[in-house]
Design a protein around this ligand. Sequence first.
Ligand SMILES: CC(C)(COP(=O)(O)OP(=O)(O)OC[C@H]1O[C@@H](n2cnc3c(N)ncnc32)[C@H](O)[C@@H]1OP(=O)(O)O)[C@@H](O)C(=O)NCCC(=O)NCCS
Length: 175
Amino acid sequence: MAVVFPDGYRLAALGKDHPRRDFRSGVAEVDDWLATKALQHQKKRLSTTKVLLDGAGEIAGFYTLATGQVDFGDLPAEVIRKLPRRALPVAILAWLGVGRDRQGSGLGKRLFAQALADCHHAGEVFAFVAVILDCLNEQAKAFYQHWGFQELPGNPYRLFISPAQLTAMMTADKD
Ligand SMILES: CC(C)(COP(=O)(O)OP(=O)(O)OC[C@H]1O[C@@H](n2cnc3c(N)ncnc32)[C@H](O)[C@@H]1OP(=O)(O)O)[C@@H](O)C(=O)NCCC(=O)NCCS
């Protein structure tokens, strides 16, 4: 699935010259992550962050991906059927944000689609049993549920999709 961003925008790996401290999504944790932690974590190979830059080089939005593990018992029955009872690999959509002034114009859904496309692509090389994410608040949760993410049992702010759902999303035209 090819994600097309509006004219003038381009996606790039977060670099030290990007104005990450000027980004404001309206959620302090999201802005603080980008301003103070995303680049260090990328350098340490803990996560990767892609930024959406506008024509002036300002950061319009970003997302961060990582890998992780969840316990067998944390995943719902339909995902763990026939899987071994041990820690299982997952892809993590760790952060997603769009600049407050640009929200509501379709950038979040495009960044989200690109993040999932990256997961799908990575999953062809490094296997995982789910894509998971943690929501910071009800609005973020509603955004992700809008796109088919479901709660993990007993953990209402941790959402997931299965690899089968991911593949279906990659082949459906959601735009
Ligand atoms: C969540 C966020 C990334 C969405 O980005 P955005 O650019 O405003 O979203 P879009 O304009 O692309 O919206 C796309 C679709 O999602 C829907 N949507 C957006 N926010 C939604 C919400 N809170 N609940 C339900 N649906 C939502 C829109 O209605 C739209 O649906 P449609 O295409 O079917 O009409 C953005 O609001 C944001 O950065 N919020 C602050 C940071 C944050 O909470 N990040 C997530 C936690 S890490």
